[in-house]
Design a protein around this ligand. Structure first.
Ligand SMILES: *Cc1c(COP(=O)(O)O)cnc(C)c1O
Length: 368
């Protein structure tokens, strides 16, 4: 097996879930496991959450929902992404709930379910300000009325999604909550009982208790990573993922020696250079070229030259290394640590992208 792997600590995932439950007065949890559980491995993580008693699982795609069902998950599964009408049958066949964002999909779902004599379970999506999918506040009354009138549609939830909740100071989030509540009030006005209301992503969970409502939808914070490197830390979640490798090759170089494609780095003095067998082909960003750092022997070592598809180099200054020495790209080593938040800053992106880019070429190992 290759010397690189992702190690996921299941006891840390459980610890994080507990902290989130405490922080939200034990609110029901829809654990978001889209994009391969943020790189942690869809099936293993979903099985853990099922064991830990979460109330449902959230994914982005029909395919992700099917993978969960094929692996034997029996929890309710909610698919967030936009539904194509030609896919509706598969949602029914695999017993998947889905977000409905438009009267058209509602109507198509009702037609199909009527012809099959089946019931679809849906969550009505309101666009309260994200501007992605969902019915506008203006059209929400007729949308909800149509949904309630449809005999083959079980309206289990009403929901929306935040655009700015990772910033506790941003007034946009309260405005979105207010607009969402206006849409929710339609049920009362129609004399219908209000279904499950949900809007809180990680930012909402962390910073906006008034958004927790009937069920929370945390994603990245479950994995112990904050939405952004600038986010204030209000609960002490821990990163569950470590990305490890080993030195594959080591050399001493003289002054004036250049490293990697484009020869973008040249040694000023003699240096000890180690090669790490992992690269952008694994999802380790090329933006980390000449910017990122790794840990070897408890010391931070800077990446020198461009990150290649399968390898990159680090400068160990005067410390020689042997092939096989442990390298930590994400996580702790001898009391030092490199976080996903920090890497996202180096790569000019957000922690989400760093995690979800780590692809299936890297084997996952589960501990504890
Ligand atoms: C991804 C997603 C979430 C989780 O977002 P995080 O910021 O990772 O907590 C919640 N709800 C919806 C609709 C999503 O698409």
């Amino acid at each position: 097996m290759r010397p690189s792997c992702i190690e996921v600590d299941l006891s840390i995932l459980a610890h994080n879930l507990n902290l989130i439950r405490e922080h939200t007065d034990n609110r029901p949890v829809m654990a978001v496991v889209k994009s391969n559980a943020y790189g942690h491995g869809l099936i293993k993580v979903a099985q853990l959450y099922e064991k830990l008693g979460v109330n449902s699982l959230g994914v982005a795609l029909l395919e992700e929902g099917i993978l969960l069902r094929e692996s034997g998950i029996s929890l309710p599964i909610i698919v967030f992404g936009g539904v194509l009408t030609k896919q509706i049958l598969e949602y029914l066949e695999w017993n998947l709930e889905f977000f409905v964002s438009s009267p058209e999909v509602l109507c198509e779902t009702e037609k199909l379910c009527k012809s099959l004599g089946q019931l679809a379970t849906v969550h009505l999506k309101i666009d309260s300000g994200m501007g992605r999918i969902g019915t506008s506040l203006e059209n929400s009354e007729s949308f909800i009325t149509e949904a309630l009138d449809a005999e083959h549609i079980n309206v289990k939830g009403i929901c929306s999604h935040f655009a700015c909740a990772d910033d506790p100071e941003d007034p946009m989030t309260q405005e979105q909550i207010d607009r969402f509540f206006q849409a929710v009030s339609v049920f009362d006005r129609l004399g219908a009982s209000t279904p499950m209301r949900h809007i809180a992503n990680s930012g909402g969970v962390l910073y906006f208790p008034q958004s927790h409502l009937d069920i929370i939808r945390p994603g990245i914070i479950l994995y112990g990573v904050y939405p952004d490197s600038s986010c204030p830390r209000v609960i002490d979640v821990k990163p569950a993922l470590r990305l490890k490798s080993q030195v594959s090759f080591h050399k001493s170089v003289p002054p004036g020696f250049s490293i990697s494609y484009g020869a973008t780095w040249t040694s000023e003095s003699s240096a000890e250079i180690s090669t790490i067998p992992l690269g952008y082909g694994d999802g380790y960003s090329r933006h980390l070229s000449n910017r990122g750092e790794v840990l070897i022997n408890g010391k931070r070592r800077p990446i020198v030259g461009r990150v290649c598809m399968d390898q990159f180099m680090v400068n160990c200054e005067t410390e020689t290394q042997k092939a096989g020495n442990e390298v930590i790209l994400v996580g702790e080593q001898q009391g030092q640590s490199i976080t996903v938040e920090e890497i996202s800053k180096w790569a000019d992106t957000i922690p989400y992208e760093i995690l979800t880019n780590l692809n299936e070429r890297i084997p996952r190992i589960y501990i504890n």
